[in-house]
Design a protein around this ligand. Structure first.
Ligand SMILES: *[C@@H]1O[C@H](CO)[C@@H](O)[C@H](O)[C@H]1NC(C)=O
Ligand SMILES: *[C@@H]1O[C@H](CO)[C@@H](O)[C@H](O)[C@H]1NC(C)=O
Ligand SMILES: *[C@@H]1O[C@H](CO)[C@@H](O)[C@H](O)[C@H]1NC(C)=O
Ligand SMILES: *[C@@H]1O[C@H](CO)[C@@H](O)[C@H](O)[C@H]1NC(C)=O
Ligand SMILES: *[C@@H]1O[C@H](CO)[C@@H](O)[C@H](O)[C@H]1NC(C)=O
Ligand SMILES: *[C@@H]1O[C@H](CO)[C@@H](O)[C@H](O)[C@H]1NC(C)=O
Ligand SMILES: *[C@@H]1O[C@H](CO)[C@@H](O)[C@H](O)[C@H]1NC(C)=O
Length: 496
């Protein structure tokens, strides 16, 4: 009995010590440091800050990863561009509230910055995975001196804002790692661009690869996959102070991330504990119509058509020969040029709204006011509601060629495309004409059928009469009449 207690007691004490040290520290102040090999944990134990080597690399980086996940998954890296080549790295917090990572020589490898002087700063790894420098005891994130969430790497975590702070002018966006062994900036980024009406775009070396479409009150219009679901919601904020979007997960304990890959994709993952792996449940590259502006200006992409690209109604290929060779890049032009005063609009439904780079918007206008505003400006090419909720509200105007339109299954705001009046006349005229033709055909076939029936009856009557008269001329007459019978029948078929 005594001996077992003697054996167990030290182990128990040791365990207590481990638990104590690993749960206690989520913060460092100016007198503390984190050396390679040491880590701090967020209070909920979900995230860990320390040094790591990615993939097959021997370099050391300061980063944040998930504590409880068996597959090492790094969500943030401090010294992306300036790796340490040994385990001599040390992270300290200066009196000014600046995080400094230094190497063996004590020279600075990476540092954070600060918007204002600090008095008693502390750096805390928050439950969200955000590393925040703030005044000791001040839990208001808004007044923090610096946050890793404002300097993302390749991963977007729940509650992280992606977009622009319009007061400081600071943009935050995610950029791919160069490779699994190298977290330095790759050439693919996902950015909320604050132009005309903001949209999310994915760029590869500043060439646009994908566009989300404008926010329609519920989701980004080109991302119908993002409709309300039990896992997460998306919030879009656009006001005088900031423009951003962020995800809220509905179950806080569910690890969840969005990552931009060097292959040019943006992937949403959720952790499945049963299989101990990340489940990729949404990717951006779902089909070819997702390729930015594949069909050129004023083109429309339809994934169920072959070829995929067509021109919007009333537009024709700019270079027919290229178009026929499935080079759609030069796009489409109007069949009939606009004539400012006499133009009208063609309604197009269930499409991804065109690029809003040079758009103008007004949140309080209704659709009628929106139409009139567009009509009164000769360079306005299309209009739509801004928000699809409650029957639609707000006004969005386009001024240039309509770019990156695709057919969607979801209901998006209808877009009204400006057309020359004659195009609209033609369009409606053609439809009316086809209807009239249909009527004509029906009448004609009724007349012909009646005629054939009448002729048949007459023939039967004639034959019967002749037969009664027992005339020898019967046979020849009979033959003439039967051979003429199929003639109106033929007409009947051809005309229908
Ligand atoms: C830093 O934290 C440690 C441990 O909590 C404490 O002993 C020390 O006084 C703190 N230093 C400052 C400058 O707040
Ligand atoms: C790390 O790099 C420095 C020069 O930047 C070099 O002097 C040193 O030998 C390197 N250390 C190792 C372990 O490679
Ligand atoms: C350390 O300092 C020495 C001399 O200043 C320099 O040659 C060496 O490259 C430095 N090493 C690192 C890792 O910065
Ligand atoms: C981006 O980098 C990858 C290599 O990681 C390369 O294959 C690709 O061509 C680059 N893209 C551009 C547009 O340069
Ligand atoms: C086109 O514009 C001319 C003047 O520029 C005008 O006289 C004409 O009525 C317009 N046509 C239509 C259909 O509005
Ligand atoms: C937006 O539309 C409303 C209603 O028509 C109008 O009162 C307001 O001045 C417009 N705002 C801008 C910036 O044009
Ligand atoms: C038409 O709209 C464009 C873009 O907003 C603007 O630059 C131009 O001044 C407008 N023209 C008129 C006549 O309102």
């Amino acid at each position: 009995m005594r001996t077992t207690m003697d054996r167990i007691a030290p182990i128990f004490l040791f365990l207590l010590l481990i638990i104590d040290t690993s749960t206690a520290i989520d913060t460092i102040n100016t007198t503390q440091s984190i050396r390679d090999g040491e880590t701090i944990l967020s209070a909920n134990g979900a995230y860990e800050l320390g040094f790591f080597s990615p993939g097959n690399s021997a370099n050391r980086y300061l980063g944040i990863w998930y504590t409880k996940i068996s597959v090492m998954t790094v969500v943030w890296v401090a010294n992306r561009e300036t790796p340490l080549n040994d385990s001599s790295g040390v992270l300290r917090l200066t009196e000014q509230g600046i995080l400094v990572l230094s190497n063996r020589n004590g020279s600075k490898v990476w540092s954070s910055d600060s918007s204002r002087p600090a008095t008693n700063p502390a750096a805390q790894l928050l439950d969200s995975g955000n590393l925040a420098v703030k005044e000791e005891g001040d839990d208001n994130l808004e007044s923090s001196l610096w946050q890793s969430f404002e300097h993302p790497a390749d991963t977007l975590l729940p509650e992280m804002k992606l977009g622009r702070n319009r007061i400081t002018g600071m943009d935050s966006y995610i950029t791919s790692w160069k490779s699994p062994d190298d977290p330095s900036r790759g050439n693919v980024s996902e950015i909320l661009v604050p132009y005309g009406y903001p949209e999310i775009i994915v760029v590869e070396n500043s060439i646009v690869k994908h566009r989300s479409g404008p926010w329609n009150g519920l989701r980004f219009s080109g991302m119908p996959q993002s409709k309300p679901n039990p896992k997460y919601s998306i919030e879009f904020v656009f006001n005088e102070k900031e423009i951003f979007y962020r995800y809220h997960v509905l179950s806080q304990s569910m690890p969840w991330r969005v990552t931009v890959t060097q292959g040019g994709d943006v992937q949403r993952f959720t952790w499945i504990e049963q299989t101990r792996s990340w489940l990729l449940y949404l990717t951006l590259n779902t089909d070819n119509c997702e390729r930015y502006a594949l069909c050129g200006a004023n083109g429309i992409c339809s994934i169920n058509s072959s070829p995929m690209c067509g021109c919007l109604n009333g537009f024709v290929p700019k270079v027919q020969s290229e178009w026929e060779l499935t080079d759609w890049s030069s796009g489409c032009v109007r069949r009939t040029p606009l004539n400012c005063s006499g133009d009208g609009f063609q309604k197009v439904s269930a499409v991804k709204l065109p690029q809003t780079k040079t758009s103008w918007f007004n949140r309080s206008m209704n659709l009628e006011e929106c139409k009139n505003t567009c009509l009164n400006n000769c360079s306005c090419t299309a209009y739509s509601n801004l928000d699809i909720r409650d029957g639609g509200s707000g006004c969005l105007l386009w001024f240039d060629d309509l770019l990156d339109v695709r057919i969607l299954v979801e209901n998006e705001p209808d877009i009204y495309i400006r057309m020359a009046a004659s195009e609209l006349d033609n369009g409606y005229g053609a439809k009316i004409e086809t209807k009239a033709n249909e009527k004509k055909r029906i009448i004609l076939s009724v007349v012909l059928s009646t005629g054939i029936l009448f002729l048949g009856l007459a023939l039967v009557f004639y034959v019967w009469k002749r037969h009664q008269m027992k005339n020898s001329m019967l046979h020849s007459h009979h033959e003439i009449l039967t051979s003429s019978m199929p003639l109106p029948l033929c007409f009947h078929i051809v005309l229908i």
